[in-house]
Design a protein around this ligand. Structure first.
Ligand code: FES
Ligand code: FE
Length: 436
């Protein structure tokens, strides 16, 4: 790795004048360890959706990088996030992926906690000679927990800015796709979860946003046949759309030119009046002209809403998907994928949205398999010392400056194909990595 004194030489690793990035940032163990400390232990991380735990006592268990947490709705209806480690000896308290509980009982010696994380009993309270401080021995809560539009985030950093400030302009786009009716969105099933042998940044960069890969990677007939808009219209959209950067968060809203708009492509007509009631005029216009959106909230929450015609019926369905790129070391990530639809949608429509989401971008989704193949090959190739010593190119980022003709918030670039927004994600990565 390129070093300056004891610290990696971050400017050499992410070289801004040349827009080249050392391939070691995708494979190096020491860089991965620093990422956990400087990015994942500081940033706000997505841990779940409020509709997964609607009632007091409902919980899901999740990871925040190397740490395991319980996301639980307490007796006061508040969502709390605790380390899933018993305060006695550190044993994993909650073993299920999700469920409902009145109490959490550690399987080792039976320490028992209520749904707000308070220690109720050790089972042997009398043995502490009156010195047992139950208040201090509750499950350890993460430093801050907050929600935006049903999305639950947590951070280990007590000094972190508020969630609203952290998300910044990304709130506008998250609301456009995941908070666009009075009832908000609901998850349609427990999330799918699988391990991908690739670095987490491959996913974050791809969704935030690698637009050049669409045709080369997904050119096979199966993926292209699933698109809900005619391929010609999608090509027109690629040339007519902006990409947007927001302090390392990224999105692209692939909008059709005015003469080719398929209004609300893949969205149910019954829901359109609800969008009109909830969204601002600018958000509504983006949603109306959109055929696919992707985005990434730094570091590792991504979304995608493609309009897909999985039934080959001529009627597209736009499935809303949220996903997390959870690092498991430099060479692997755990991918968790949620499928969501509007609370007000009919059960029949929700089922179609779920099927479209799973078949496009589920564990064995048609697009997913294409993407995972190329991402994981970077890790395979760059384990080699020679390949690792080379750099990755983002040079098309150099030739495009921000434009001011896009109505939504953030720094917009046109068109969506150069690597501008992806490279800005790496700039944010570097800024955080160089801050001990
Ligand atoms: Fe949990 Fe002992 S480790 S009760
Ligand atoms: Fe892809």
């Amino acid at each position: 790795m390129l070093m300056r004194s004891n610290e990696p030489d971050w400017d050499a690793l992410v070289d801004e004048p040349s827009a080249r990035v050392s391939r070691s940032v995708f494979v190096d163990e020491a860089i991965h360890a620093l990422e956990i400390e400087r990015i994942f232990n500081r940033c706000w991380l997505f841990v779940g959706h409020e509709s997964e735990i609607p009632n007091p006592g409902d919980y899901v268990t999740r990871r925040m990088a190397d740490d395991h947490v319980i996301v639980m709705r307490g007796p006061d209806a508040r969502v709390r996030v605790f380390l899933n480690a018993c305060t006695h000896r550190g044993v994993k308290v909650c073993r299920a992926d999700s469920g409902h509980a009145r109490q959490l009982i550690c399987p080792y010696h039976g320490w028992t906690y209520d749904t707000a994380g308070h220690l109720l009993t050790t089972g042997f309270d009398d043995f502490y000679a009156g010195k047992l401080d139950k208040l201090a021995l509750g499950l350890k809560a993460v430093a801050q927990t907050d929600t935006h539009g049903g999305l639950i985030f947590a951070t280990f950093d007590p000094q972190a800015v508020s969630l609203a400030d952290y998300l910044g302009d990304a709130r506008f786009y998250l609301d456009t796709y995941f908070n666009r009716t009075p009832g908000g969105m609901v998850v349609l099933s427990p999330p799918q979860r699988w391990v991908v042998p690739a670095n987490w940044k491959m996913g974050a960069l791809n969704f935030g946003t690698d637009n050049q890969h669409l045709y080369p990677t997904h050119l096979g007939p199966t993926a292209m046949e699933l698109l809900g808009a005619p391929a010609k219209a999608v090509v027109a959209a690629l040339g007519a759309s902006h990409q947007v950067s927001m302090s390392g968060h990224s999105t692209v809203n692939t909008v059709l030119p005015p003469d080719q708009v398929i209004p609300y492509c893949g969205l149910h007509p019954d829901l359109i009046p609800l969008y009109e009631q909830t969204l601002s005029p600018v958000q509504l216009d983006i949603l109306r002209r959109n055929v696919v959106t992707v985005g990434n909230v730094f570091p590792h929450l991504a979304w995608i809403q493609p309009a897909l015609d999985v039934e080959r019926s001529g009627n597209a369905v736009a499935g809303g998907t949220l996903r997390v790129w959870q690092p498991l070391g430099p060479h692997a990530m755990e991918l968790t994928s949620w499928y969501l639809a509007e609370r007000e949608a009919s059960d029949e429509w929700k089922q179609k949205v779920l099927e479209a989401g799973v078949r496009g971008f589920g564990m064995s989704g048609v697009f997913e398999e294409d993407d995972v193949d190329v991402w994981s090959s970077v890790n395979q190739m760059c384990r080699g010392r020679q390949a690792r010593a080379e750099s990755a190119s983002f040079e098309t980022a150099l030739n495009f400056l921000p434009v001011n003709d896009f109505a939504g918030p953030g720094t917009a670039y046109y068109p969506m194909l150069p690597e501008s927004v992806q490279f800005n994600l790496l700039r944010r990565w570097k800024a955080l990595m160089r801050r001990p």
